[in-house]
Design a protein around this ligand. Sequence first.
Ligand SMILES: Cc1cc2nc3c(=O)[nH]c(=O)nc-3n(C[C@H](O)[C@H](O)[C@H](O)COP(=O)(O)O)c2cc1C
Length: 291
Amino acid sequence: MEVRRISIREAKKRIKNDPELSKMLVRSGWKEIALDLDGDGYADVSFSCEKVGRKIDTMAVDLSGNGEYDLYIHDSDGNGIPDTVYLVQEGEEEERVITAFGGKVELGFINLGVKVANLLVAEDFLNKELGLSLMDLAAYLKQYAAVMLLELQKRENAEGIDKVFYYLSDAGTYYLATVDGTRPRVRPFGTILLDDGKLYIQTGKSKDVSKQIAENPSVEITASMPNGTWIRIAADLVEDDSHDVKEKMLERMPSLRAMYSADDDNMQMFYMKDATATFCSFTAEPETITF
Ligand SMILES: Cc1cc2nc3c(=O)[nH]c(=O)nc-3n(C[C@H](O)[C@H](O)[C@H](O)COP(=O)(O)O)c2cc1C
């Protein structure tokens, strides 16, 4: 999907052309514009870019209503999906990175890159796309931020198999190594499903990878994230032919429907058994989880 972002300059022009939005403009700099949505004199949301002349890449929201931004959502590569989210908590001097995502995480119901541009032509966008009035903008953004925060907290607090699931799904792509006789084989995979306490991956019976697993179910998986962390999982794969679990995978990853169906005699589901997952980074001790 193409994401078109706008520059601060372009945004300013749009705001100035809109009488209601221009009333909300409380800061208008080279690298940042801020809007006071509820008219209390404090900025509620700001859009900014790291360097003058660049496209908007950051949205900051005042969640607590105390006139300071608590949540920063940063989309550095402009793909419309937040890469990094910072949270400033009360009493903390420094911003804290609460998460750094891989390439595929979409949180909440807003696509940052597209919607930042759209929010700046707020009236039209809010009415047409969301059925909201301009006055609902503050509530909308806070709701968005809250949804995002909840998702992040789920990840922060996740333990055991849940933590492994979030890591692999946030990474987007992981690498699956199998044994082929005496040779290792590795390839990118992306399918992941957590169901009934089991972590599933999906493939097609016609593939070599499927034949290798049939011969030897011991596999290793690895994935990494832009924040300098990686995971390695050693496990045995067990086939699960349940129609229900195939359907759940197709529901979770609808693009698979172009290639597979739950009744096609090709789609194959495996869950991980006797798994040891190790979370690693350059800075912390490894953490091992078994499931
Ligand atoms: C990003 C990415 C994700 C992929 N995810 C899967 C997957 O989840 N399951 C799958 O069977 N193939 C997936 N593939 C395709 C396999 O990597 C490809 O079919 C590979 O050749 C299979 O290994 P094999 O040739 O040893 O059978 C993915 C490919 C890419 C690029």
